[in-house]
Design a protein around this ligand. Structure first.
Ligand code: FEO
Length: 398
């Protein structure tokens, strides 16, 4: 039978699947370019399957396992991470390979019972530093709690110097051609990798940074994540990107996000954007909150070191979509943000007051002047906007 399997080397095979049916990852995050669930099969003296795929891809996936095993039985299934995008096919796998020994840590075993009511006396519990010998290859396990869940762990094979990293070093986007970093155009994947990082594991950046430090001690020549391309040529590219993202090392630029019901706040957003351009800021992006999913906005605000939020007043408060976005920002615990705020009111204020309070609560570097105008911006307001742009340009270049 034809399958999408890819031979990686004499012992390793890629047997993941692309998912273009799921519209929202975790039923929240748009998958405009789909997503790949990567899984790997090792054929050595022993056979081992590393992770499975979301249940929706089980048929293709199991065909790939069967095809690659080519008549051999499956000895081990290593469960690096229990989120159902990787564990969803375990029940079907167990039905197809009843002799397989499951491998995970104590938390994995507990989750397996809670998610799938699978209680396995033969479950092999591993902990930090334990090794599973497969023949030429072997897997040493390292715990990476909260990257992405408490039970998350990675494994390393010293023979091929390969790291099986589950969610870490992954991204959104189907693998639309080759699976390897040296055979794809990374420009297509980078923004979706950043959006994946910020929205899915950005909150756990402290733990990500800790995991990266631990894994940097290994001699890694290949990274096999559970999403996104396989890194075999330029491993440092994805490690450096994750390093920058987890340490919130920001690029120079300003993101302007506004809400606008009848165009007044939008006018000011455009004016500030142009003023920033005149101040020499090359990365200026302006987003209408009513047209853009917050996952893209969160990714942009995580990437750049300047953020300007604009809101009209709505029921004595911020524009509801801006208010909701501000609430998401609070959960991100962002550091090193230079923030400007502007907005409008027509009879009683509230929009700008809410934005200022947000900037102060989150301890952002609030760039003055704060601009608040009545109904539409006037000459004085545009003068203030020029000042804001000048001060913001200076702040982000420091
Ligand atoms: Fe790709 Fe946390 O699952």
């Amino acid at each position: 039978m034809y399958t999408n399997n890819v031979k990686i080397n004499d012992h390793m095979y890629y047997i993941g699947v692309n998912d273009r049916l799921t519209q929202l990852f975790e039923n929240m995050w748009p998958l405009d370019h789909g997503i790949a669930y990567n899984a790997f099969l090792i054929k050595d003296e022993k056979t081992a399957l590393l992770d499975t795929v979301k249940e929706t891809g089980v048929e293709t996936f199991l065909a790939g396992v069967r095809d690659t095993l080519d008549g051999r039985d499956l000895d081990y299934h290593v469960i690096h991470h229990m989120e159902p995008d990787h564990s969803g096919s375990i029940p079907a796998l167990l039905a197809a390979y009843p002799n397989v020994q499951l491998v995970g840590n104590a938390k994995t075993k507990d989750m397996l019972m809670n998610f799938y009511e699978i209680s396995d006396d033969n479950f092999l519990v591993v902990k930090e530093g334990d090794t599973l010998d497969l023949g030429t290859m072997s897997l040493t396990f390292y715990m990476t709690p909260m990257v992405h869940w408490p039970e998350s762990m990675v494994s390393y094979d010293p023979h091929y110097k390969v790291l099986f990293s589950q969610d870490a070093f992954g991204g959104f986007g189907c693998l639309d051609g080759s699976i390897f970093d040296d055979e794809i155009n990374w420009d297509f994947y980078e923004s979706e990798t950043i959006r994946y990082y910020v929205n899915i594991i950005g909150k756990f950046s402290t733990q990500v940074a800790r995991a990266i430090q631990k894994l940097k001690a290994l001699d890694i020549e290949m990274i096999c994540p559970d999403h996104g391309p396989i890194w075999r040529n330029n491993v440092s590219k994805i490690v450096d990107l994750y390093d920058d993202l987890s340490s919130q090392k920001r690029r120079e630029g300003v993101i302007i996000i506004y809400g606008s019901m009848y165009g007044s706040t939008e006018k000011m957003a455009n004016f500030i954007g142009r003023a920033l351009g005149q101040e020499g800021v090359k990365n200026v992006r302006i987003y209408d909150i009513s047209r853009t999913h917050p996952s893209y906005l969160l990714a942009e605000t995580w990437t750049y070191n300047g953020l300007i939020l604009g809101s009209p007043t709505y029921n004595n408060d911020m524009f509801p979509l801006i208010k909701s976005f501000v609430s998401s920002l609070e959960g991100q615990k962002m550091k090193g943000v230079n923030m400007g705020v502007f907005g409008s009111y027509s009879w009683s204020g509230g929009g700008v007051k809410g934005l200022r309070a947000h900037a102060e609560d989150c301890k952002y570097n609030l760039i003055e002047p704060v601009i608040e105008f009545k109904s539409t911006p006037k000459a004085d307001d545009y003068e203030a906007a020029l000042e804001l742009a000048k001060a913001m340009a200076k702040a982000i270049k420091q």
